[in-house]
Design a binder for this molecule. Structure first.
Ligand code: AQP
Length: 344
């Protein structure tokens, strides 16, 4: 397999309040990777319209995610921050990938099954084809590493399958691009740490999600200290004490979830956290979790609110990032067209 320059790509949908799951599962890692890699972070607005969006709300959510990126510590000068729809090459390559991916592959995607539910006939074609667009988002930059939450693992595997099939199908015309037999890298998912799948505070078997109708199910990045305290204190637990060892978390999803959240926020292992709090009652642990969550999320929320009031600044970040992203995507797309046999 050819060598590719390490490049990180990931995206977040502008579909509502960013929450602790987005933060711990993805954004914390985005920030960390900036130290070692070139990074491209995208507000994936074209993914957002796979379900109906109010245009004014969408505009404001795009800016809100951008503000969240910056407030969490992403540097849009050193790295690239932009919204997907500015770079037409995402959609162009997605069409090519719609023709590479097989129906059977997409039919297996569990996120589509969950989101479509019983209403399969009425959901958009875009919701079904979403993983092909996601593959294009990554591969249009020939990105090699993709930090995501656990829920995106299957989509990442599909991106690798698409890259591999494209490389195989067009091997003969790929050779001249100087990467041996591969035009696209097989992107590596980066899914690590104690909170790769943060669960709802109300039901430890359900993912914490922007679209959960109960706001008490999640901690939003913009929640006030009082709201954080209220939500953590109301978070579902069970009548047993906290266990002292990991084995004691089995069959206790809510307790497991709160332990994982604490561990990720304080940057320690779950084992370590249980060693400290095991055997104690939940109110002590929850009080410590409130203090920790307020200390971590409070400054981010404050900074987000400050930046979010400056639309001109946020839009200038996105336009500048879009121009720099396009400069990478355009030659890659031109090469793809040539590989396919298109004349341009
Ligand atoms: N609960 C979670 N735990 C860990 N990681 C999570 N991510 C999302 N939820 C969790 C990760 O956050 C990144 C951005 O997600 P997204 O906005 O692109 O889409 P999503 O996964 O569909 O997010 P939601 O909150 O669940 O939105 P809705 O409710 O609209 O479906 C991704 O890396 C994701 O893995």
């Amino acid at each position: 397999m050819a060598q590719f320059k390490p490049l990180v790509f990931s995206g977040v949908q502008p579909t509502g309040n960013l929450h602790l799951g987005n933060y711990l599962g993805a954004i914390v890692k985005f920030v960390e990777l900036q130290k070692t890699h070139e990074c491209i972070y995208c507000v994936v607005d074209m993914h957002a319209i796979t379900v109906q969006q109010d245009p004014e709300q969408l505009r404001s959510s795009i800016r809100e995610v951008t503000a969240a990126f910056i407030a969490c510590g992403i540097d849009p000068k050193t790295h690239i921050v932009f919204n997907q729809s500015q770079v037409a090459e995402h959609a162009e390559l997605a069409w090519v990938f719609n023709c590479v991916a097989r129906m059977g592959w997409l039919n297996r995607m569990t996120q589509f099954k969950e989101k479509a539910g019983k209403d399969r006939e009425n959901v958009s074609v875009g919701l079904f084809a979403y993983p092909a667009l996601m593959a294009a988002d990554i591969l249009v930059y020939r990105a090699t590493h993709v930090p995501v939450g656990e829920d995106q693992k299957q989509h990442l595997e599909l991106s690798r399958d698409i890259a591999q099939k494209f490389n195989n199908d067009f091997a003969a015309s790929i050779e001249k691009y100087g990467h041996g037999d591969a035009f696209f890298p097989l992107p590596e998912p980066l899914i690590q740490g104690p909170a790769t799948r943060v669960m709802s505070l109300r039901d430890g078997t359900k993912k914490m999600s922007k679209s959960d109708p109960s706001d008490n199910s999640r901690l939003n990045l913009t929640d006030s200290a009082d709201t954080i305290a209220q939500k953590v204190r109301k978070a579902k637990t069970d009548p047993e004490a906290l266990p002292s060892e990991i084995a004691g978390l089995a069959g206790r999803p809510e307790v497991d979830n709160l332990t994982g959240i604490y561990a990720a926020l304080v940057d320690r292992s779950k084992e370590d956290v249980l060693r400290e709090f095991g055997g104690g009652n939940f109110s002590t642990f929850k009080n410590a979790l409130v203090d920790l969550a307020v200390a971590k999320l409070g400054p981010i929320g404050d900074e987000m609110k400050k930046i979010a009031s400056d639309n001109a600044y946020l839009d200038s970040v996105l336009v500048d990032g879009g121009n720099r992203a396009r400069a990478i995507a355009a030659p890659n797309m031109k090469a793809v067209k040539d590989i396919l046999g298109f004349i341009s």
